[in-house]
Design a protein around this ligand. Structure first.
Ligand code: CUA
Length: 155
């Protein structure tokens, strides 16, 4: 009967959509390495300036073509505001904040994090193409929010 045919078709459609979503999820997490920025540790927000690695913010090489960018977001700037890495570099961003909640988004990339007092946030990204990528704070953090930005220079 016709009804059964439609029912079977919808069952198949449901199953196919389910499998397609699962494949997309696996491809995104394993193939494209997309995942939520993780909580990488706790920190006393009043001791940020004297707690490693935040006592020495900046970019350092941690392996072949691998870099760690240790940065602090505070009202209303990033320290350091500008970082420079070679094209093809895989950069691990390690951030925290000593004051209020800030955002950290590198435009044109999937680097999008929240900086929460007391927490260390970490995210990894490979900069394939040379250029200048603007960093913005995307969480309203006070009257100077719109002046809070920085830059990733990829050479
Ligand atoms: Cu920091 Cu908005």
């Amino acid at each position: 009967m016709k009804v059964h045919t439609y029912e079977r078709a919808f069952l198949w459609l449901g199953a196919i959509v389910l499998v397609a979503c699962l494949v997309a999820l696996l491809y995104g997490s394993l193939g494209l390495d997309i995942h939520l920025p993780s909580r990488a540790g706790a920190i006393d927000p009043q001791q940020v300036a004297s707690t490693p690695p935040f006592d020495q913010p900046g970019v350092r090489q941690i392996g072949p073509n691998q870099y760690e960018a240790v940065m602090i977001g505070r009202i209303w700037s990033f320290t350091p505001a500008v970082i420079e890495v070679p094209a093809g570099a895989e950069v691990t961003f390690t951030l925290t904040t000593p004051d209020v909640i800030h955002g950290f988004h590198v435009e044109g990339t999937r680097v999008n994090m929240m900086l929460i007092p007391g927490q260390i946030t970490r995210n990894r990204y490979r900069f394939e193409r040379p250029g200048e990528y603007t960093i913005i704070c995307h969480e309203y953090c006070g009257v100077g929010h719109h002046t809070m930005y920085g830059k990733v220079i990829v050479k």
